[in-house]
Design a protein around this ligand. Sequence first.
Ligand code: MIC
Ligand code: SF4
Length: 769
Amino acid sequence: MFINFAAHQEKTNQAMAYDIEMIKKVYAELPFKIETARKTANKPLTLAEKILYAHLHTQQAVNAFSRGKDYVDFAPDRVAMQDATAQMALLQFMQAGRPKVAVPSTVHCDHLIVAKDGSKADLNHALSDSSEVFNFLASVSNKYGIGFWKPGAGIIHQIVLENYAFPGGMMIGTDSHTVNAGGLGMIAIGVGGADACDVMAGLPWELKWPKLIGIKLTGTLSGWTSAKDVINKVAGMLTVKGGTGAIVEYFGEGALALSCTGKGTICNMGAEIGATTSTFGYDESMARYLRATGRADVAALADQVKEHLTGDAEVYAQPEKYFDEVYEIDLSELEPQINGPFTPDLATPISQMKETAAKNGWPSKIEVGLIGSCTNSSYEDISRAVSLARQVAEKGLKTKAEFTITPGSEQIRYTIDRDGFIKAFDQIGAKVFANACGPCIGMWNRMGADKKEKNTIIHSFNRNFQSRNDGNPNTYAFVASPEIVTALAIAGDLTFNPLTDYLTNERGEKVKLDPPSGDELPQKGFAVEDAGYQAPAADGSLVQVQVSPDSNRLQLLEPFKAWEGTDLKGLRLLIKAKGKCTTDHISMAGPWLKFRGHLDNISNNLLIGATNYFNGKINAVKNQLNGSYDEVPKVQRAYKAAGIGSIVVGDENYGEGSSREHAAMEPRHLGVRAILVKSFARIHETNLKKQGMLALTFADKNDYEKIQEDDILDIIGITAFAPGTPLTIVLNHRDGSSEEIKVNHTYNENQIEWFKAGAALNIIRRELA
Ligand code: MIC
Ligand code: SF4
């Protein structure tokens, strides 16, 4: 069973926000810091710039930073970690030699709960199945002063929005959807555990000064359209890599008209365009949300500095002058969008779905509709979806698809239950899963998925990569608003357009669904009995953290070896991955989540989802030592055993998706030396650097074609490794010929030291010793 520590600091009084003293300090310093920044930059400032300048690390000089070029040191206000990534983050933190975290930090148990029979049974099952991990996280949290949210409390980003996010603040989190807190006017950024470890250890956190994308929203949403359609549309416009290296700032009268949680949805799914983060200026919707979630104190403080919590008027009047790119969306014209399958940026307006689905051969029968997740489980979302569920009985309809709900937090679940929503969903046969990630992260024990049949599902989550939800590569997953998911689940048909189409009810009559309606916030207020929070011990020095040496779930980390001081020669090609290679392809989630605290065990999933360019197969690569084909991790272990290094080659936006640093640590652990790709996703590139890997890009993307299956590769120039200087790779082909290609990198001085030391953590360790 799972340990419960005495929660002596339990928040009993909902009228006071957590860490209010820290927030007061941030606001007190804001006016001066922003004034200094405005003088230095010598121009009006966007909101993103204000927050970034206000959070420079004390060792960082204030400069007019160059976007997309300068590495800058920051001091974020807080850190959040979810159970699947916290294990690695905290295993690293334990080696940093600090008695306590330097900034307020929290751990959230949400990823390790399998959705199957419904919330109660599933939660109990997880509590016994993963007790070792939960106990580890609870005791590390208790020891180092970290707030702990128990399994069942809810999903990290929803809990952060409800309790910790504040306008103008800056946080990092070990999950790519940390960006959700932009809905409350924060700069919130997803990172790997090693970055979190630095901030918790009080070290500066480094980020390349981002580019700025401005999105002006005009008009207002109405009828069937909701915030989800804004981000689905943006994803369609910008694609999965369009936001790379940039912060997206939304503004305009359309932005002011959105609810705070709607803004959260938009920022959340900004991860799907690769953006560093997204944000909105402080406004009345945020004040309303803060008050409704027991933080009137934060709203009052924010009101006093509100001109600093939004972009300067000049910026919004002439955005082209101040942003690198500007887009405009008229919310009054926006149609509901359905994105997918297999990628979140394939947006189809609902009126075109019939034609598009037919043209592409997408199966149109919907098997399951799933609502909720960290992206879309606000009171507004659920109340609008319920207005449709209620029409099923009213109009004599029958719901054609299965239907599930995963509430984002216990507070949301309790409140919607009190307000009769769960009962209404019950009447359409819905299953309520635990307040956790569940099907969104593949922790979904979906009956029959193992048959791998072609089928369609639709959900209100954010990602729909192949195999993600149920492990079936033939599941066509589409992403839409909770309202559209509900309507389409009722119809059981992907091509049903509720704006124009009729359904035939049980009595054979033609009926039309009325547009959804609902409340932004609960009229009777939010309520919860046990939110699931556990405060840490005031003095944790005596708390013992135990990791059993024969555990298969947890393993203490061994330091990675330092660089040997020479160029890397004789590397074998492990795989040349073809097409999309997300972190789900590199280190799959679902059943593998249970090994997130055990590096050696989880390494057995290395790249098992990636497609081999040479044979078009998944998880079948040539072992260069004996010519046979085998699974990727097995082949790599054979190289490791023979003491031979290897290299992984990839396509565009390699490592897209999650913040999971396992995707960088696994190849490092198994002896891969370099990852050479056409382009990287931001978090993954940083994770590779932190773990002492070489993250390289083709200077000429066409050189990807030159890599042959039997190549032996040499990386030359590392002895003179320097910022801005490309390296050379020699491809020694099997026929005895060879050719040289140029490869680029983005390492700065500091990051080169990480490489030389074998990993960034080795430097902290060294300083400690
Ligand atoms: C996801 O949505 O893919 C996850 C699971 O939340 C990941 C984190 C993880 O892999 O643990 C993320 O987005 O960072
Ligand atoms: Fe969990 Fe899905 Fe949100 Fe990731 S995107 S935190 S898996 S609910």
